[in-house]
Design a protein around this ligand. Structure first.
Ligand SMILES: Nc1ncnc2c1ncn2[C@@H]1O[C@H](COP(=O)(O)OP(=O)(O)OP(=O)(O)O)[C@@H](O)[C@H]1O
Ligand SMILES: [Mg+2]
Length: 621
């Protein structure tokens, strides 16, 4: 297994874009967000009013006439402290709820976006990368949410409020606080800038470590087959050590800098005591006012710690936000699938009119380059390299005809089928279904009328019945069983302990290639399609299974327009029409006899089939 470290270039970090993403989603839950912020503001209000009472009480102590109201003052103070505790108690769950619902919204949006993407997009995206973005990165946004929802508001309002109240009390002390605050915040910003590359290195190492895990899980058979276990374990340990080293460096760097900033600002308190003390002595401010300012300053010192935390979290999770934003960017499809809701009847005639198609090799997810401004993140000038998969293909197939598609490996057989299913758009030319361009058909009508059996069958972690009913979840159990019987899958399903209720993937339940293919045929049969696309990959199964699969296919093709990527001589020979592909070009088409006399490639292909399978003379029909 190749060593893929490092897997990606470190992504650029743009905290503003990250905050915009979160705020955008919070805006979709205005009620909860407003409630959280309202309670938070109330909390800050109470907090700011406490030193006011404290100061007034201390000042009042110097005036004998108000000394008797000391009890009332203390009572009010206690009341405020209790109120703050109550608000804090209510705020916690509400804030969590807001954060969790918003995070849920983001997850749903990411999932929707992934489902809406085209085949071409998914072809060029790495599964591991998608899973990491949709899972880990969305999870990391939780910290950002709290930053936006709690710390951000708290710091902004608290800082401005506290500073203003100091200024109101004494302009000189206000100015002095500002003089201490500006260099402290500037130092923090400088430290934060130093922290940024450290966090990027942490993410990079985390990616490298995750890649080793992903590849080892996905490729466990290869690892074992080539006795690579020890080497892979060593590789993982090395990646983990690198990750932990970077993580410790980032965390320690920050942990050592925040106290330094707090210390810088802490010097403001003795200065205030000195300057404010002389103001009290010469009578320009009261003792209570000095106490007020000192308490406010100490509160500011606490907030500086919070600024540190915010910066740290922003640096850490805004790269995650950026990676998630890229998933959410919704590029408009070139020719969107329309869903008119109008179900039309499909006859099943297919015409290819000079169809050209290439697979794009442009990566779906770009790793952003920090050195470029955001507008350049999608370079329009770069021409992606492309593979010509189908070139000027023209043919016409009548409704109900059975078409065999033959050609060497990589010649474009599966591609041709994928174009009929409208998984991809032709680059040039048109594909007509019943005389109408595929692009003008309603999406649901198309999906309901095209049954597909792919080269590989994917089964979901659900019961076999649910897997069969994938295209028609409302199907009754009788219908599902009838489809399975027609697909010759009923027999082996009943032999399983839980029959149709057997859950795939549970307790080691898995199916063989031939069994999977029959499940796929049952799936296609259940939707009663007008067109069947069959990418046959069962050239190597035992004779009994082959016989069963052939019978299943016969059921599926019966009376429907069928495109069959065929390998068996008998199947090819009995087709109504045969398309011969070579390197993306349709080199010949027609029926068996004429191709055998006119097409050298067909002769060659067919000679091989006959040699492989000399006894194979059972036609599909
Ligand atoms: N998703 C894809 N992205 C990029 N190129 C692709 C993709 N799928 C196929 N190709 C390329 O397109 C060409 C045709 O591939 P296709 O899968 O249609 O061949 P095939 O005739 O079905 O081969 P096989 O008999 O092996 O299944 C090949 O060169 C292949 O490498
Ligand atoms: Mg293929």
């Amino acid at each position: 297994m190749p060593d893929t470290h490092p897997p990606t270039t470190p992504p650029a970090i743009r905290p503003v874009a990250a905050v915009r993403l979160i705020v955008g989603f919070l805006g979709k839950r205005p009620g909860w967000t407003a409630l959280s912020i309202g309670l938070l503001l109330l909390n800050i209000g109470i907090e700011l009013s406490l030193p006011q009472f404290l100061g007034s009480t201390i000042t009042a102590l110097g005036t004998p006439s108000t000394q008797q109201s000391l009890g009332t003052m203390v009572g009010v103070f206690v009341g405020l402290v209790v109120l703050r505790a109550v608000v804090g108690l209510v705020l916690g769950p509400i804030r969590n709820r807001t954060a969790q619902t918003t995070l849920g919204d983001i997850r749903a949006a990411v999932y929707d976006s992934l489902q809406r993407r085209s085949f071409a997009w998914h072809d060029n995206a790495r599964t591991g990368e998608l899973i990491s973005r949709a899972g880990t990165d969305v999870g990391r946004l939780q910290d950002l949410l709290f930053v936006c929802l709690l710390f951000g508001v708290d710091v902004a309002v608290g800082l401005i409020g506290t500073l203003s109240l100091i200024f109101v009390t004494s302009t000189r002390l206000g100015l002095m606080t500002l003089v201490a605050l500006v260099p402290t915040v500037a130092t923090m910003a400088w430290f934060a800038a130093q922290l940024q590359p450290r966090w990027r290195r942490v993410h990079e190492r985390h990616g490298a470590m995750s890649t080793v895990i992903q590849e080892n899980i996905a490729g466990v058979r290869v690892v074992k087959a080539f006795a690579r276990e020890s080497a892979e374990i060593t590789k993982f340990r090395a990646r983990r050590a690198e990750f932990l080293k970077e993580l410790a460096e980032a965390v320690n760097y920050w942990a050592a800098r925040v106290p330094f900033a707090q210390f810088l600002f802490g010097l403001a308190v003795p200065l205030t005591l000195w300057m404010g003390g002389s103001e009290v002595l010469d009578g320009s401010i009261s003792l209570g006012d000095l106490a007020k300012v000192l308490v406010y300053q100490m509160a500011l010192g606490g907030r500086i710690g919070v600024i540190g935390q915010i910066t740290n979290i922003l640096q850490n999770s805004s790269s995650a936000a950026q990676r998630v934003s890229e998933l959410l960017d919704d590029p408009a499809p070139q020719h969107p699938h329309r869903s008119t809701g109008r179900i039309s009847t499909v006859e099943g005639s297919i015409v290819f009119d000079a169809v050209d198609f290439r697979y794009s090799s442009e990566p779906s997810l770009r790793v952003l380059d920090e050195s470029k401004p955001p507008t350049e993140k999608r370079p329009a000038t770069a021409t992606p390299s492309r593979t010509q998969a189908l070139e000027s293909a023209s043919f016409s197939v009548a409704a109900g005809a059975r078409v065999a598609v033959v050609g060497p490996t990589g010649s474009g057989k599966s591609t041709l089928l994928a174009l009929i299913a409208r998984f991809y758009e032709p680059a040039q030319g048109r594909i007509l279904l019943d005389g109408t361009d595929l692009r003008d058909w309603d999406r649901d009508t198309l999906r309901r009328n095209i049954g597909m059996v792919f080269q590989e069958t994917f089964l979901f972690s659900a019961t076999l019945a649910e897997n069969i009913a994938l295209g028609r979840p409302t199907a009754s159990r009788d219908e599902i069983e009838a489809a399975a019987r027609a697909a010759r899958a009923d027999g082996f399903i009943r032999e399983l302990a839980d029959g149709y209720d057997t859950v795939i993937g549970e307790r080691g339940i898995s199916l063989s290639g031939g069994q999977r293919q029959r499940i796929a045929i049952a799936r296609a049969l259940l939707i009663q399609p007008r067109i069947v696309l069959l990418d046959d990959a069962t050239s190597a199964v035992d004779p009994t299974t082959e016989q069963e699969i052939r019978e299943a296919m016969r059921e599926l093709c019966n009376g429907r327009t069928t495109f069959l990527v065929a390998h068996r001589a008998a199947t090819i020979r009995s087709a109504d029409q045969i398309l011969v592909l070579q390197e993306g070009r349709l080199v010949a088409q027609g029926q068996h006899e004429s191709l055998l006399s006119d097409c050298p490639l067909y002769q060659e292909l067919f000679a091989n089939r006959e040699a492989d399978n000399p006894a194979d003379d059972n036609p599909v029909h």
